[in-house]
Design a protein around this ligand. Sequence first.
Ligand code: ZN
Length: 447
Amino acid sequence: MPKRLWLKQPLAILAQDAGNGLVIEGSRIVEVLGTNQGPTQPVDATFDASRHVVLPGLVNTHHHFYQTLTRAHPSAINKELFPWLQALYPIWSRLDPDTFRIAVRLALVELLLSGCTTAADHHYLFPASLKDAIDIEADEAKRLGLRMTISRGSMNLSQKDGGLPPDSVVQDADTILSDSERVLNLFHDRSEGAYTQIALAPCSPFSVDKKLMQDSAALAARFDAPLHTHLAETEDEDRFCESVYGCRPIELLEETGWLRPRTWLAHGIHFTADDCTKLGRHGVGVCHCPTSNAVLASGFCRTRELEQAGAPLGLGVDGSASNDSSNMLEALRHALMLNRLHYKSASAITHFDVLRWATEGSARCLGRSDIGQIAPGKQADLALFTLDELRFSGSHDPLAALVLCGAHRADRVMVGGDWRVVDGMPVGIDLVALREAHTKAAEKFRD
Ligand code: ZN
């Protein structure tokens, strides 16, 4: 018999009519209890949540885990996207399995501690010294118990062919497609409650050719897998597309068969109102990365226009060289602030909007309906926060306080019914040893 746990009487909860909490059976939520309701059947255990603000587990829809090794790098700080990338590509080409593994582990733990239960990582860097990056990510996620959409990224357009990256970090299309098929066969689980899914993710219009975009879309369709890429991030990208393809980035998507519900895009900044309508009509999702967009001065994603058009809208921290942290709560707070500034209205974007983007919206971007909400039948993925720190003292609305007072660390995190963070600490991880090993690994990327 699966164990039944009553998470009782939370201080606050992001769910409809759930004052008395929820009941979890095995890996799923089976009951949501109104203020005067108790469980309909006996429970095996009760967790007193009266000190906790309870959210659905946060879902991060864009990241580059390997970049935790090059945060605040002197070669890249204070640059915009293209020169920033050109400074970092040669440094990133030093990645190897050992340094990559520790980077992945640290990023996952950092996300988990901020309340994240599902992470999408876009890994597009396969130098000769790192062939099995996707296998390493799948292994690390399994060890920590997080759900992941691992994006098998790709770059095949190097400088000699008119692209932005150097030869040292690109692969040829045949290698990319055969390895994509291999990892789809190995790791892409389409079942409800899946822990590992694979997306295909040509990196950007300036690092892959049109044929690889088309072939990736066809392969993803065969495996019913999502598609992901960076798009409409900068004006430099617009100019690149115009000169190489004679069209705008969104037209490139259309020509290559990417305007489909299985596609979600990172950034989505330089879209017109008509583009937003088109994306909404085709069900293409957009991951808003407020922190990275501000750090690289890339611009602003039209979140309201996209949502009004029906496009799934999620949140992402983006890679740790342009954030430079991996904290989902910080992304929520930055989203609230940037959106209010952009739309010049405090009521246009509320804390409920950014909480929805980080949960339900992000889950929709990843094509998942089994996570992102606290409701019967959904996976028991939860993030619990206390308001015990000085920063919360004197706050009155607990859900608003998480965003406005700047919560940054969960007290407890549950994935699929299992506690993965207890009393603010990740289960089974020695944080001091992890930080020491990661700091040592980062030395290889110093200059
Ligand atoms: Zn990115």
